[in-house]
Design a protein around this ligand. Structure first.
Ligand SMILES: [Zn+2]
Length: 72
């Protein structure tokens, strides 16, 4: 019985090592997910492009700043 447990543990260890070496470290995967940052044309606040409000070639942090810039 002890042999069987040892065998199972050995297989688990080999499996774990193979998985560890095959998968790239998480740091590398996070780099590809980094978003473009843009700054608000009104106040200069930096924010991710997906959260910014685009107006022509400019980006704004909120709807209020986009409207304020439209008035000028
Ligand atoms: Zn702003």
């Amino acid at each position: 019985m002890a042999r069987l447990i040892f065998l199972v543990l050995a297989i688990a260890l080999v499996y774990w090592l193979l998985r560890r070496f095959r998968q790239p470290p998480t740091e590398y995967r996070d780099v590809s997910q980094t978003e473009d940052m843009v700054s608000c044309a009104r106040c200069g606040l930096n924010l991710p492009k997906s959260e910014a409000i685009a107006s022509g070639a400019d980006y704004y942090c909120c709807e209020a700043h986009r409207r304020e810039s439209d008035k000028e």
